[in-house]
Each structure stands twice: as C-alpha cells, then as structure tokens.
Design a protein around this ligand. Sequence first.
Ligand SMILES: Nc1ncnc2c1ncn2[C@@H]1O[C@H](COP(=O)(O)OP(=O)(O)OP(=O)(O)O)[C@@H](O)[C@H]1O
Length: 377
Amino acid sequence: MNRPPQQTTAEALLRVDRVTAAYGSVTAVDDVSLDIAEGEFFALLGPSGCGKTTLLRTIAGFESPASGDIRLDGVSLLDTPAHRRPVNLMFQSYALFGHLSVEKNIAYGLEAERLPRAAISERVSEIMETIGLTEFAKRRPAQLSGGQRQRVALARALVKRPRLLLLDEPLSALDRKVREEMQLELKRLQHEAGMTFVVVTHDQEEAMSMADRIAVLDRGRLEQLDTPQSLYERPSSRFVAAFIGTANLLDGEATEHGVVLPGLGEVRAAHALAAGGRATLVIRPEDVAVARVPEPQGSSDGAGAEFVGTVIDATFLGGSSTLSVELPGLAAPLRATVHTATSIRRGDRVALSFDPARVVAVPDPRGRATGEPEAPQ
Ligand SMILES: Nc1ncnc2c1ncn2[C@@H]1O[C@H](COP(=O)(O)OP(=O)(O)OP(=O)(O)O)[C@@H](O)[C@H]1O
C-alpha cells in the first residue's frame, strides 16, 4: 500500500506507525502513519466517524491497534497500559467530580500518584493561577460556567505534566464566543507550558486557529498532514479542499497546464497533473478577481483567463461581500469575495479572472477520464 508523504520526521516525540484499529468488521483507523514533534500543537481533524477519537484512544491506550505500532521517544507503548503511559487524555465530557471543589478536582490525579501533600498543594496553586481559576478554588463544578468547567478539566490534565496531552473535542460544549476565547487560551497554555498537545476536532476553523500541523482524516485514512496554511493553499485532494475553508470546486479534465472545464475552456493551475485524467480545480473565493463589465465579452486563453457571468446573489458580510456568479457552462455558481467598496450588485455582469499561481488542480476521485485508476500526485 502506498504511504502518503510528509508523515515522518527523524526526531518525533510520538510516532504512529501504520496503525489500523477496528471494531469487529468496522475499520475505524486504516493504516495511519504520522509523527508528532515535541512541543507541537497537533490536530486530528475530520468529519464525524472518520476515526479521530479511535486514533486518540489508541494513543492513550484505551484501544489496541489490530496492527502497527505507537512509539514515544522511540519506545513502543503497546505493552504499557493506559494508566502507566506518560500520556493524559482529556475527555469530551470533562468528567469532573461533582462533589469535589475545583482545587480538589485538580489535585485528584496527583493524590492518586501519592505525591507529598506540600508538592500537590504547590502544583495545584500554580496551575490554578496560570489558568485563572484561583478565585474559584473552593467552588464545585455545578457552580461554574461551561468555560470555567473546561478550564478545571484542563488544569487537572496539565497538573500531571504528561509528555503528551490528548484532548478530545475539548471545546465542543462551549458556546461560540467562549470557544474562541478558549482556543487562544489553549494555544497560550500549550506554548507557555512547552507541552505537546494532540487535539481532536471536527471543526476546521478551530483546528486552523490552534494547530501547528493538522492531520486530516477521512474514513479512517490519513488524507493530508500539513500546516494550516499549506492545507488551505495546497490541498492534495478534493476532500481536503472541500473540508478546509470555502472553495470553488470545478471538475474537468487535466491538461499539461491546468484543467479544461466543460463549456469554459482551459484554466491554468500552479501545478499540473498528468494530462487526460479527471481533475478538479480548487479556487478560493478571495482568489477570484471580479470586474464589472458593461457588455458581455470574454476570452479564455487560460492564463489569468476572464470569464463573463452574471451576479445572481450578493451577500453583505461587513468589510467584504460574497458574490455568487453564474457562468455559462458551470453547473453551480462561482463564489467570489470582494471588498464591499466595489459595490457590485445582483444582476451585474462581471468578468472573473484567476491568478494561475493561486489555482490548485487535484485529482478527481471519480477516476481518470479514460476510466483507468487515478495516477498518484
Ligand atoms: N465502540 C464501537 N463499536 C463499534 N464501532 C465503533 C465504536 N466506536 C466507534 N465506532 C465506529 O468507528 C468509526 C470511527 O469512530 P470514531 O469515534 O473514531 O470517529 P470520530 O471521527 O471520532 O467521530 P466523531 O467526531 O463523531 O466522534 C465510526 O464508523 C464509528 O461508528
């Protein structure tokens, strides 16, 4: 089986090596390999059911892989039970003890380790200070807001100083505003503590705003592993392009320079695929240049091509507007983001052009135009 590129580095803290995990006949994680570096903020991202939680639980030791290995500092963890791994998993539900105060909740894990009382007290005070919980030390979880409860759960995980902190949808219970604050907070804490975080999320914006690198999973397989910017600017598949951010996905046939779109002609892309296969152009709405035209016109020489269409919808978003532009030959309207000051309105005729350096061509998973299997990228 081919192994996708960019997964392994020499000095990994954690190495997931060809891990497959299954529940009976359901393969939840399918031959996944990746490295996580010391001090990295790493995200496992993908739609519901793609296997993120299973992979996290396998790293934590709550599931055993059917095959493959998981190594920390080069040593396999597979024979080490969950509670002895230098890894801490923060659950989706936080699982706080309702009858214990905030400080007792945080101290619980250290007491279980039988640390001296003075050391426990010092570490608990220190972490409460860092996370902003000191004033709530004596309260019980029921007397806290969702965001504060989330902080307690985080403090409880951090106080144990694991080599690796695994967080399963840590912010999913919070409303949008608190979630955004906590995203920044998590990033700050991770940075200050110099710890390695692996966060599971299905929210691409959350992953993009926090993580140094993101592994995008689909149906148990690793689709792409990259920095947020690279995933956005150079998705390697149609799935990643669609999952990360907003994109116009235009299907056609690969040429030497780009993709030929039915009814529109050739659009050039930054990197061409093997000619003849089915391919999809990925064009971000902000990369579509829009100009109002008085008369229908147009040329399509491919390089910075202009396509003329009609604005069928304009959504005002404050500083920018999103236009939906109907182009002859395209099944779905093309989305373009413009500065609000351009004052283009519904019904206007517009010329669209794309900078070839910003256009990405990816293979269309429906296979080659000839019906042969897809060529590797
Ligand atoms: N205990 C289980 N028994 C059987 N199948 C399971 C079990 N847990 C998960 N699965 C299946 O394994 C696959 C991966 O599940 P997993 O929970 O890892 O996905 P996920 O990406 O974390 O999803 P979500 O975001 O919905 O939590 C899914 O098809 C799921 O139905």
